[in-house]
Design a protein around this ligand. Structure first.
Ligand code: AMP
Ligand code: MG
Length: 343
């Protein structure tokens, strides 16, 4: 269990708050998801005297999103859209709205976030056993099929058309956040008052801790091969979402290649960052922005977050310097002394 929690953001609610025993009214359920959500998801309820229904409903919802939004499964709505460029594909309301939102974030981040990145992700074999470093010509060819402007949305028909040849969608940078927000809705409708949703790198702390204090959430140490957390953020009713190089990577000829792609170059982002965390009330927003800010880099990323109300960020560079947005000053602590504040 300990290893599993360290594999993602670490929830420190009770476990590290000084009391060794877990509270009697804590309910924890973990299940594996293997589509775009691709993680062990853990739902925890505190002070909950009702039945297991909210947790069951959450997993039913998560399996549904995993199935519909997979870029790999041929049965998914994403494959239906990707497999027929030039022709509209009718999709569920959820899928439509998420694609619409992703396109908006793409425009706002000048294409740093781009769900049409799939041809590039596939070329590098990210997420498969066949990772490789492609040649420049292959990358240039794949980039011809990338560009969010080519996603045509028909809201009345709930239909999505990809206009360019070879275009394919990849919701891997946003689907977990969306699923987490749906889980929060289920908590709300069931009158859950205190809970944690942990989807590996996407955490939502719901309500306050049962004792009325803020939750303490540890952000994973981004050094590849290391476990544990390097900082702690205190929050309530917030999504805390991290994008890091350590999540998926491979090495070739002594070089390190990770899974967050620069849609301009068709190559893994190479700007010195090793992890970006975004904290927001919306997990969908935090997920999209953690990926986007990784691509934008620490300076542009921080400037972008500063324009958004109630959205904060933590940027970690490969020299272990850490930059945060001003709103975190009183709720953020570094706990691993190898990491230092940059300013
Ligand atoms: P995350 O862990 O949320 O940062 O998402 C990373 C995943 O999103 C990758 O594994 C890809 O599937 C996809 N992805 C990679 N680069 C981008 C990008 N620039 N914009 C949107 N999605 C991306
Ligand atoms: Mg993301």
């Amino acid at each position: 269990m300990r290893r599993l929690l360290y594999a993602s953001l670490l929830i420190m609610g009770f476990a590290l708050a000084g009391c060794a025993a877990r509270p009697a009214d804590e309910r924890v359920i973990s299940k594996m998801l293997d589509g775009p959500l691709d993680t062990v998801s853990t739902i925890t309820l505190y002070g909950w005297s009702g039945d297991e229904k909210p947790i069951e409903d959450i997993f039913t919802m998560l399996y549904g999103i995993d199935a519909r939004m997979s870029a790999i499964s041929e049965e998914s709505e994403i494959s239906a859209i990707s497999g027929r460029t030039g022709t509209p594909a009718k999709v569920s309301k959820d899928t439509f709205e998420l694609i619409e939102y992703a396109k908006k974030i793409s425009a706002e981040t000048e294409g740093a976030f781009d769900i049409t990145i799939r041809p590039v992700v596939s070329l590098w074999g990210i997420g498969t056993e066949n990772t490789r470093v492609p040649g420049s010509e292959e990358i240039d060819a794949a980039l011809l099929s990338v560009g969010y402007e080519g996603i045509i949305l028909d809201k009345a028909m709930s239909a999505v058309t990809l206009s360019k040849k070879g275009m394919r969608l990849d919701l891997g940078g946003i689907a977990k956040g969306f699923a987490c927000d749906k889980a929060v809705e289920i908590f709300k409708n069931a009158d859950v008052r205190h809970g944690v949703i942990d989807m590996g790198g996407n955490v939502y702390v719901y309500g306050l801790k049962p004792d009325g204090s803020l939750w303490k959430v540890g952000v994973k140490n981004p050094l590849a091969g290391e476990n544990g957390y390097f900082c702690v953020v205190e929050a309530a009713d917030r999504a805390i979402v991290t994008s890091g190089v350590y999540e998926r990577f491979f090495e070739s000829d002594g070089k390190f290649y990770h899974h967050i792609m620069n849609p301009r170059t068709g190559r893994p982002v190479d700007n010195g960052l090793i992890s970006v965390t975004v904290i927001s009330e919306s997990s969908t927003q935090a997920d999209a922005l953690s990926t986007a800010c990784f691509v934008l880099g620490a300076e542009r990323g921080r400037r972008h977050l500063a324009m958004l109300p109630n959205v904060e960020g933590i940027f970690v560079a490969d020299d272990l310097s850490v930059r945060i947005t001003p709103g975190l000053r009183d709720v953020f602590n570094i706990v691993d002394e190898r990491f230092k504040m940059a300013d």
